[in-house]
Write a protein of this length. Structure first.
Length: 170
């Protein structure tokens, strides 16, 4: 084990499991509310499933691009590399944004909320962030002031064809 500093925070420990596996930061357990809210230590509160929510916005425009989840390894890799890493609940696997599509996210800034149970990253997005081919996963608006069945309103066009970008590579 060795100390692995996180900017602006108390040191945390890193454990290298093997030469083929990435280093994992072992975050200190969350402390009292006053320590979470006003302390300098990064002590994320992962949920019972081991995940923390991550809101992703465009660093230049502020547009919300996506909401994803991180486990401790994804959070560690994101901090260490400056590239966005997530944990896919549907696939049950760690993934680097852009590894299939080429639409990478370079993290410009990372913040954690007041009780350290949500992360916000500001990114420089290459191409579209959404697997549907759009810049943002939030491409449909919900009309307000209506009752009954609500029809979603499409606001953003596709930037790329998902069938072409995500086709199986032989």
């Amino acid at each position: 084990m060795r100390e692995f500093p996180v900017a602006g925070a108390a040191p945390v420990l890193a454990l290298k499991r093997s030469s083929k596996m990435a280093e994992n930061v072992l975050f200190a357990p969350p402390g009292a509310p006053s320590e979470l809210e006003e302390g300098a230590a990064l002590t994320p509160k992962f949920g019972p499933d081991g995940l923390i929510s991550c809101v992703v916005t465009d660093a230049a425009s502020g547009t919300v691009l996506m909401v994803a989840h991180m486990n401790a390894e994804a959070l560690t890799k994101t901090i260490a590399t400056g590239e966005a890493w997530y944990f896919s609940r549907s696939r049950g696997a760690l993934w680097r944004k852009g590894e299939s599509s080429g639409h990478f996210q370079r993290v410009v800034e990372m913040r954690i909320d007041c009780d350290q149970d949500a992360v916000w990253i500001k990114v420089e997005q290459t191409g579209g962030a959404c697997h549907t081919g759009r810049r943002s996963c939030f491409y449909r608006a919900v009309p307000l002031g209506k009752s009954g069945t609500v029809a979603l309103e499409f606001r953003d066009e596709r930037l790329f064809d998902p069938a072409e970008v995500y086709r199986k590579r032989d």
